[in-house]
Design a protein around this ligand. Structure first.
Ligand code: XMP
Length: 548
């Protein structure tokens, strides 16, 4: 299994991990042995309404006790228990009287520590497997069928359980697919209950949390907000934070979160680069000015961006120019705010110390870092990167442990408008990647007007929520048409509508013909300069979502 480095030094994790937020009564810490799915485990626990934190494998017994855990989970990981530096938990954690669930490597290391024996890999087992369940009236597999499929991903496996364990599930090649200790509250699974490829994985984790640990599952996203808010206030102190607000879900949720936590100690910078969708700037301004108490700076930089782009047709060059200009504008604005500070205009905040970013957990994983990693992931403008380093700020990334749909839930808790919380993604370089060929004001107007009509129809026909991304692309070619008595020679709009889970792969959306017909009629009638509309029926791969 692909992995990140486990946090070998628990002290590398800030100490507030071990401070349970006020009001939280049930905590299930996860010892992170380096599995790339560790956050998925945390997320399943959170979904079940139980507060969870990731801790390093060398977490001390005192630190664990401070959390007063209701249960403990040992994650999977890439190591072999036979490796010299294999991460191992303190064996006394099995005597805390708290139920422990070991997953994959977590089960192997626990059985090894408790008298079993783990064999080195003869061959790796990766993929779906059928397990036979020996105990389903009680325990981890309570209520499950006698047979079910699970997702395996391991090299080593337990060879000999020793006298103190019982096998609770088996496969033809893995005799100990599920185990429990006879006297200690330890349960283990060799497979991964946290991934969707294990259809009863959720039931298994719920059995652990509710039946075995006795959790009630009262924790919610509102509680997450409350505890993050306390953490952010403590971290920021009297300092000031700036945030590049794009109007996308992630930066908007961060803005709302920070506004509610530190109010005017946050300044949001929204750069109008002239490449935005119709009404975008007004939407962001009204949302944040009307609903939140924050300092919002809207920077009108259209001219600078369009001057840079004049005559440029190469898509990569466009991205680079846009990225560099963004950094310049952002930096100038940050300097301006700094000079206001220097003149004492900002009340009690003493300096701008932090840059906030809407980095999500999948971004952290894609950039190959664990949660305790140090290298900053550059979400703000992934086309260029380097903004935090260039500006010299520390980072605040309050969404770093969350998945996209959790961020949306949080957005709703924060009172952001539904349309903002559920909006489709929009690329950093904006409409510049949707005007093929040269980008100029006139071409931008055409694509903007076509896009507005498209989205109106997609929303009103109930297709917006069924699709992952929908937009118009302006092609740099002219086609012949006929309007009234005359021939026309005008441009072509391509419509792109895709369904996708993760945007790595996508299929074209089967938008009903009558909706497409209305879209086409309206664009051709209402957008002067366009006489044809095409529907893109390419999947990704081999096509991409954007045309560029
Ligand atoms: P592609 O076109 O690569 O797009 O299939 C996948 C997803 O990424 C978005 N995208 C970008 N986002 N800057 C961004 O912030 C970019 O340069 C960029 N290019 C593509 C795209 O809209 C889709 O959601």
């Amino acid at each position: 299994m692909a992995a990140h480095s486990p946090s070998a030094d628990p002290n590398a994790i800030s100490d507030d991990v071990f401070t349970v937020p006020a009001g939280v009564t049930e905590v299930v810490p996860i010892l992170d042995f380096g599995s790339q799915y560790v956050q998925l485990i945390a997320r399943r626990v959170r979904d079940a309404g139980v507060y969870s934190v990731l801790v390093g494998p060398n977490v001390t017994l005192e630190q664990l006790k401070k959390l007063n855990p209701t249960g403990i989970i040992l994650s999977g990981g890439p190591s072999s228990v036979h490796d010299d530096n294999a991460p191992k938990p303190d064996p006394r954690l099995f005597d805390l009287g708290v139920p422990v669930l070991g997953i994959c490597y977590g089960m192997q290391v626990a059985t090894q520590l408790l008298g079993g024996n783990v064999a080195g890999a003869q061959e790796r087992e990766y993929g779906r497997a059928q397990i036979d369940i020996n105990e389903n009236t009680d325990g981890l597999f309570k209520g499950l069928p006698d047979q079910t499929s699970v997702w395996m991903s391991h090299g080593d496996q337990v060879e000999n359980l020793g006298p103190d364990f019982i096998a609770t599930a088996t496969t033809p090649t893995c005799p100990y697919a599920g185990v429990r200790h006879k006297t200690k509250p330890f349960h283990g699974v060799q497979f991964h209950p946290e991934v969707t490829h294990t259809p009863h994985g959720g039931d298994i984790l719920n059995n652990f949390l509710f039946d075995i640990c006795g959790c009630n599952g009262q924790w919610t996203m509102a509680d997450f907000m409350a505890s993050e808010s306390t953490r952010i206030k403590a971290q920021v102190g009297d300092d000031h934070v700036i945030l590049g607000l794009s109007g996308g879900v992630d930066s908007s949720v961060v803005a709302a979160m920070l506004a509610k936590s530190i109010g005017k100690q946050l300044t949001c910078i929204f750069v109008d680069n002239g490449l935005l969708r119709k009404g975008e700037r007004a939407f962001v301004e009204t949302t944040f000015r009307d609903h939140f108490d924050l300092d919002l700076r809207v920077i009108d930089a259209e001219k600078a961006f369009l001057d840079d782009l004049a005559g440029v047709t190469d898509p990569q060059k466009k991205r680079t120019l846009i990225g560099h200009r963004f950094i310049t504008v952002f930096k100038e604005t940050a300097d301006q705010i700094k000079s206001e500070f220097a003149q004492g205009k900002k009340g009690k905040s003493t300096q701008i110390k932090y840059l906030a970013q809407g980095t999500l957990y999948p971004d952290v994983i894609e950039s190959g870092q664990g949660y305790a990693g140090t290298a900053a992931n550059i979400k703000l403008h992934h086309n260029v990167g380097g903004l935090p380093e260039q500006l010299g700020f520390d980072l605040i990334e309050p969404l770093r442990n969350l998945f996209k749909d959790e961020v949306r839930k949080l957005g709703e808790v924060l009172g952001l408008p539904h349309a903002m919380v559920w909006r489709h993604p929009f690329p950093g370089p904006g409409l510049a990647v949707r005007v093929l060929g040269e980008v100029n004001k006139a071409q931008l107007e055409l694509v903007r007007d076509a896009d507005e009509i498209l989205l109106e129809e997609i929303v009103s026909s109930g297709q917006y929520e069924k699709t992952a991304q929908v937009f118009a692309v302006l092609l740099p070619v002219k086609a012949v048409g006929v309007m009234g008595d005359g021939r026309t020679h005008e441009q072509v709009i391509a419509i792109r509508a895709v369904e996708s889970q993760d945007f790595m792969t996508a299929d074209w959306a089967r938008i009903p013909y009558d909706v497409l017909a209305t879209i086409s009629n309206r664009i051709i009638n209402e957008v002067r300069g366009v006489n044809r509309v095409c529907y893109d029926i390419s999947s990704k791969p081999p096509a991409t979502i954007e045309w560029e």
